[in-house]
Design a protein. Structure first.
Length: 351
């Protein structure tokens, strides 16, 4: 029943945003924009997107080292399968798929793997918030938008402080969290406590300041590769915009998707991109809408195709993975009361 609720909730979000997108669409202009586009240039930008995910995979490898040192080439197919699952299903279930597959392939704790994935996603979120803050403050937009950037920057500083506190004082952070969890119902308290313990496993690698710098650099580099793709697709649609506009599109649209977990982000992505181009930078509606549709199709279709092929090689389906993941008490998973033994051991120094 919960899965059905998530599915219908995600579908309703997509349909609602698509309806708003179509309401603002000038169909005559959008047809002209599609006719004039350079599709060879747009499709040629896709490898930049895939390269960006290779960089994120390197970051995940570094975050996983306290649990197990797994080669990047073995993690990359898992990342793409997880991304494919996020693109076709609601509620970010691709992260569960990632944890299950890497646990099965590498014979390690799925709970610990999920903790590293959680930290991996936090880095993406912090990077996007930092980009959004910087672009809106320094790109010369109006005062209201700059105010949003300042507020976003404050959120970034606060969230970064919390992450560092968890990394360098995990015992104090856990103790404080447990005192707060005592206010929750018993069943929910245990579940959140386990999630907290898994997250603390994931932040072990961040105890080294050099690792924080490396992870942050990789995060920015990976999103810059994706932004470069956005810019090339923009050129294909003859958009004469600075690179900072594409950073703003990437940050705002992806942050929207992290909140509104519709399948593949269909609907929220188009509306957010449309709003940035039309409402802030004055791009004509037809070109903005054609760009948003084409860009999102190029972000979704290749990854879905590649992910399905890679999933086929595992001889599993998404339904099987999610079913096994929901009932999984496999050997190697770390019970909450043993997490301290793992966090007591310092992670290897970064190479």
């Amino acid at each position: 029943m919960l899965k059905r609720k998530r599915f219908w909730f995600g579908l309703i979000i997509s349909l609602g945003f698509l309806a708003f997108f179509l309401y603002r669409t000038d169909f005559g202009e959008i047809v002209d924009a599609f006719r004039g586009a350079n599709y060879a240039l747009a499709v040629g930008a896709v490898p930049l997107y895939l390269a960006g995910f290779w960089i994120r995979t390197v970051r995940w490898k570094l975050l996983m080292r306290p649990v197990q040192d797994v080669p990047t080439r073995r993690l990359y197919p898992v990342v793409l399968i997880g991304l494919m699952a996020n693109n076709v299903m609601p509620a970010r279930v691709g992260e569960v798929v990632r944890a299950f597959l890497v646990g099965e392939r590498e014979k390690l704790s799925k709970s610990a793997a999920f903790g590293t994935i959680a930290v991996d996603r936090v880095f993406d979120g912090l990077t996007l918030v930092a980009i959004l803050a910087a672009v809106t403050v320094f790109s010369g937009t109006d005062a209201k938008v700059r105010g949003i950037g300042i507020g976003t920057g404050i959120i970034f500083i606060g969230a970064t402080g919390v992450l560092l506190a968890l990394a360098f004082s995990p015992d104090k952070a856990r103790g404080l969290a447990l005192r707060l969890l005592n206010l929750l119902p018993h069943g929910l308290e245990e579940r959140i406590e386990e999630m907290l313990d898994n997250f603390l496993i994931g932040v072990q690698s961040l105890r080294h300041p050099s690792m924080i710098l490396i992870a942050a650099t990789l995060s920015f580099g990976s999103w810059t590769m994706e932004v470069a793709m956005y810019a090339l697709v923009g050129k294909a649609f003859h958009l004469d915009l600075g690179l900072h506009v594409y950073y703003l599109i990437a940050a705002s649209s992806n942050l929207a998707l992290s909140i509104l977990a519709s399948p593949g982000g269909v609907g929220p992505f188009e509306v957010t991109t449309q709003a940035v181009l039309i409402d802030i930078y004055g791009v004509s509606s037809g070109v903005a809408e054609a760009y948003a549709i084409s860009l999102h199709a190029l972000l979704l279709a290749p990854v879905i195709l590649i992910g399905i092929i890679l999933l086929w090689t595992t001889q599993l389906s998404l339904g099987q993975i999610l079913g096994m993941g929901n009932n999984d008490n496999a050997e190697g998973d770390v019970p909450p009361n043993l997490v301290g033994r793992r966090t007591a051991t310092a992670p290897p120094a970064p190479k």
